[in-house]
Write a protein that binds this ligand. Structure first.
Ligand code: ARG
Length: 444
């Protein structure tokens, strides 16, 4: 059946006003079928709902709509089983699907009925519809992926209850914190990403179908009906807005970029933590790679690659913003450039989230090193300030006193924890025990 379709010399829907066929190079340049075929099942679904509306409002017969739907349903099944050959000469997914319908119905002597499908519709409202339907599903998949990362982090939090890790500001040791606080901070960023994607689902949820090319139609459509059947909350009221809006693509790309920036921050920390300078984590051997020259190396390729791919997703956001910048109303072909960006983001974001969730589930924390590093390098200095403040020493004085203690220890090559009672008393009489005794209570 497919072979026959390939050989059928069908005309393009718009050929009527042209006296020459399209230059081959222009055809290749103009085509989007090589990538927008990913929208095919959404395109057919949109057509099924569109045509059921046409009979509902009396623009075509009930029997005609039933026939078209029968053929479209088969085409949808073939699309889903990858059993369709798309043709370059039919430019994009919309014209390809219509061509397949025409071909199949012509074989059964029904071409005159197939020709009614595109009544009161344009590829402009069609492409907006397909893209919205695709993005809605894609967003749900991405949310599932983000939840995978959140739950991998949950696993580490549970396995490391009560463990401390140095907290940093300016990448200098600041104060000890619970590892669970640090890991939960990652989760909070990711939970906001989930919300951000969910918010997008609300904004995108209005149907552009029925807007035609830009001006709607003089024919009597039921846009509310198609919107509902297609799973939308309502219609995009303004017909020009229906076909010219790509905010939902920008919102999608923006949420993807923010998510990837979050992953890049998480990955950066994983990379730092795995270095011999930090030694906070051990990366599972199945998740690291070696060097072709240096036998000693074990490289954190996975988080590095995710960090790198965040650049690519930020690039995609920049691309869609610049594509849309200054575009006059309504539809312009520039907008065709949004598809590859969407598909690239989908692939990259889902892949990175999935791999990172596995990576995180398989790291082990070096508890000994963490215990050491949450005591050394004066990281507990703030506790001594608090100790003095609790004894009614004004905060500014307490801060100054402990600053002097740190300076003294530094000058004398001493660890804060080794300060004797006598030494402590020299700084303030309220420090009435040796430093080890004072500080130990903060590490219970
Ligand atoms: N392939 C086009 C796109 O992705 C579909 C809409 C084409 N509309 C048109 N009037 N040429 O934007």
């Amino acid at each position: 059946m497919e072979k026959k379709e390939n050989n059928m010399a069908k005309k393009k829907p718009w050929e009527g006003r042209f006296s020459k066929s399209l230059d081959k190079d222009v055809q290749e340049f103009n085509n989007s079928i090589s990538f927008d075929k990913k929208l095919a099942s959404y395109d057919v679904f949109g057509s099924i709902i569109h045509v059921s509306q046409l009979s509902k409002v009396g623009l075509i017969e009930e029997s005609e709509s039933a026939l078209i739907i029968k053929y479209l349903t088969q085409i949808k099944a073939d699309v889903e089983q990858d059993n369709i050959t798309f043709l370059d000469e039919f430019e994009d997914v919309h014209m390809n699907i219509e061509h397949i319908l025409n071909t199949r119905m012509e074989e059964d002597g029904l071409l005159h009925i197939a020709g009614k499908l595109h009544t009161a519709r344009s590829r402009n409202d069609q492409v907006a519809l397909d893209t919205k339907l695709y993005l809605k599903d894609c967003t749900v998949k991405i949310i599932e992926t983000i939840k995978l990362v959140i739950s991998a982090i949950d696993g580490q939090i549970e396995d490391n209850q009560g463990v401390r890790i140095p907290g940093y500001t300016h990448l200098q040791k600041a104060q000890p914190i619970l590892l669970s606080t640090h890991l939960n901070c990652w989760q909070e960023m990711l939970k906001r990403d989930v919300k951000r994607f969910k918010n997008n689902l609300e904004l995108i949820n209005y149907s552009p179908l029925g807007a035609g090319a830009l001006a709607g139609t003089t024919l009597n459509l039921d846009r509310e009906f198609t919107a509902k059947e297609l799973g939308f909350a309502g219609v995009v009221e303004n017909t020009m807005d229906s076909v010219s809006d790509r905010d939902y693509v920008m919102d999608f790309c923006s949420a993807c970029a923010t998510f990837m920036i979050h992953l890049s921050r998480i990955c950066e920390e994983l990379i730092l933590w795995s270095t011999s300078e930090f030694k906070f984590i051990h990366i599972d051997d199945a998740y690291a790679t070696g060097s072709s020259l240096m036998p000693n190396k074990k490289n954190p390729d996975v988080p590095e690659l995710i960090r790198g791919k965040s650049g690519r997703v930020v690039g995609n956001l920049t691309s869609i913003l610049v594509i849309m910048k200054s575009l006059p109303l309504a539809y312009n072909k520039d907008m065709q450039e949004d598809k590859e960006i969407i598909f690239d983001n989908e692939k990259t974001v889902i892949q990175c989230g999935f791999i990172l969730s596995k990576f995180i589930a398989n790291i082990t924390f070096n508890l000994e090193k963490l215990a050491q590093d949450t005591k050394s390098d004066f990281i507990s200095a703030t506790y001594i300030v608090d100790e003095l403040v609790a004894k009614k020493v004004p905060f500014r004085d307490a801060h100054h006193i402990v600053g002097n203690i740190v300076k003294y220890c530094n000058d004398n090559n001493k660890d804060l924890w080794d300060l004797t009672l006598e030494e402590a008393q020299n700084f303030n009489p309220h420090l009435d025990r040796d430093m080890k005794t004072i500080l130990s209570k903060y590490y219970k």
